[in-house]
Design a protein around this ligand. Structure first.
Ligand code: NAP
Length: 484
């Protein structure tokens, strides 16, 4: 495969929070990779902005350290890093005050795309939008990139949308969900809508159920304070898992264009049924000999926030009536893995008899590790001894299928930042989508509070609370194993 790099026009990118964790771990190493791939034009300018006192050289050193520490490969020789750093600058800016804003506006180039990445806490989003407007940087060429969390509930999300809308048109607002930037997630759309094979079967008549699992091995660690106010529902389900659900369940959009795709995703969210309390299992990880449990991590012995969530969800429309979607996510689980499994129904009649066992086609879309897809197909086990059936995977692991170039596939952040520069909103969430997602999750969360729901504990390194296994067993189904 030959990787194709489509150049972009010169741009200015300002990273508010340019000294923070996200900028150092993801955004800046990602930009360097795009630079190495030849996608960054000569005149592109990247400006870090934060309150810390620093000059341009100081910032370049910070970015050099970040790329050396967090880049996924050794820095290439030949001066690429120096050439990249030469495009970087820094302005000391206080989002809530007046410091630095005149200087920032002087540094911005006239008449070109300017992207402002809000890589700061959400409480500063409104201040940044306001000041960009006040200091004349909110032109028609401007785009803002907004990180998660986008609100804490429907009310706060609406308020945030309203603040941003005062100064920016919806076409200028890029609400980022890095799951949508993953190669496999986009490939899901290619597989669904680029082949005739799947779409006729992609409905309740042929699909028994769908499982979405996002499992982490880490606990909440140093983010306990934030996490305990949020929990798995707000931190993972309302955004990432819902976005995945939408892409699996949506009708074919007329075009692969922002509003066509986002209209279809919105219809899915609006068709979600309220979830029965007994279709939800919440959990908190237990302490081990070596590591603290959830409640110790968040320093609240009475915390009722979930670090694990499993739920059975139904979509009320013609395509999916009767086909459940099982969603599951949690911390301190057996392995770090994210996947979607589309489990098809049994063949209507087995000509091989009961002894051939039960065999099903399963399409597995793996987001991590080893991004790729496999389709389990039933074949005859080779060799003599009668007709024994076995399921073998048709493997579309990108690293194998694409050869050495698979390494060059941009990661989610790189791809999404370049989409911002190109002005392509297809893989970003629209304001009404985010609000609809909160409108569905809010009553579920309110129900837990009203019922004084206490999460079940689960062993660190397990697949979650026993009850989450029962959620499937009761329906005669089984979760796929959580394994790396
Ligand atoms: P962080 O490490 O705390 O960084 C915050 C950044 O904001 C720092 O550069 C800080 O620099 C700057 N800042 C704080 N107050 C400021 C102010 N008044 N004016 C200007 N700059 C200010 O946070 P983070 O982890 O990078 O997260 C940033 C955003 O991304 C958050 O919304 C977070 O929820 C989201 N996010 C993060 C991750 C991640 O992996 N870290 C993942 C997904 C989403 P100074 O102190 O020098 O001002």
């Amino acid at each position: 495969m030959v990787s194709r790099v489509i150049p972009v026009d010169p741009f200015d990118l300002v990273i508010f929070g340019g000294t923070g964790d996200l900028a150092r771990r993801k955004i800046l190493p990602g930009l360097f990779r795009r630079f190495c791939a030849g996608q960054m034009p000569e005149e592109a300018q990247i400006i870090g902005a934060a309150r810390s006192e620093m000059d341009d050289d100081g910032y370049r050193q910070l970015v050099r350290d970040a790329i050396e520490e967090f880049g996924d490969k050794p820095v290439p020789e030949g001066g690429a890093l120096d050439a990249f750093l030469a495009r970087l600058g820094y302005v000391q800016v206080d989002a809530t005050g007046t410091d630095g804003w005149e200087e920032l506006s002087r540094r911005i180039t006239e008449d070109r795309v300017r992207a402002f990445y809000f890589s700061v806490g959400p409480s500063l989003f409104g201040d940044l939008a306001e000041r960009l407007h006040q200091y004349g940087m909110a032109s028609g060429q401007s785009r803002i990139v907004v990180e998660k969390p986008f609100g804490h509930d429907l009310g706060t999300a609406k308020a945030l949308n309203a603040v941003l809308a005062q100064h920016f048109d919806e076409t200028q607002i890029y609400r980022i969900d890095h799951y949508l930037g993953k190669e496999t997630v986009q490939n899901l759309m290619a597989v669904r809508f680029g082949n005739v094979l799947f779409e006729p079967l992609w409905n309740a008549q042929y699909v028994d159920h769908i499982q979405v699992t996002v499992a982490e091995t880490v606990g909440v660690g140093g983010r306990g304070g934030y996490y305990d106010k949020s929990g798995a529902m707000r931190d993972m389900v309302q955004n990432h898992l819902m976005q995945l659900l939408c892409l699996i369940a949506m009708e074919p959009p007329a075009k692969f264009e922002p509003d066509s795709v986002r209209d279809e995703k919105l219809k899915v969210i609006r068709a979600l049924e309220p979830v029965e309390p007994h279709h939800i299992v919440r959990g908190q990880y237990d302490a081990t000999e070596k590591e603290p449990g959830y409640r110790e991590d968040v320093e609240d012995p009475k915390s009722r926030t979930e670090s694990f969530l499993a739920m059975k969800v139904h979509i009320s429309n013609w395509r999916w009536a009767g086909t459940p979607f099982y969603l599951r996510t949690g911390k301190r689980l057996r392995a770090r893995t994210s996947e979607i499994a589309v489990v098809f129904k049994d063949a209507p009649h087995s000509i091989f008899g009961a002894e051939a066992g039960r065999h099903r086609n399963v399409l597995i879309i793996r987001l991590q590790p080893n991004e790729g897809m496999t389709l389990d197909v039933t074949i005859k086990e080779p060799g003599p001894g009668g007709m024994r059936l076995v399921d073998v995977p048709l493997d579309m692991t990108f690293a194998d299928a694409l050869g050495p170039d698979a390494d060059e596939v941009p990661d989610a952040y790189e791809r999404l930042i370049m989409d911002v520069i190109r002005g392509n909103q297809t893989l970003f969430m629209r304001g009404d989508e985010v609000e609809a997602a909160w409108a569905w999750t809010d009553p579920i969360i309110a129900g837990w509070a009203a019922r004084n729901d206490v999460p079940k504990t689960y062993d660190a390194g397990s697949a979650g609370p026993e009850d989450s296994l029962m959620l499937m067993h009761r329906d005669g189904r089984k979760w796929r194993e959580i394994k790396a």
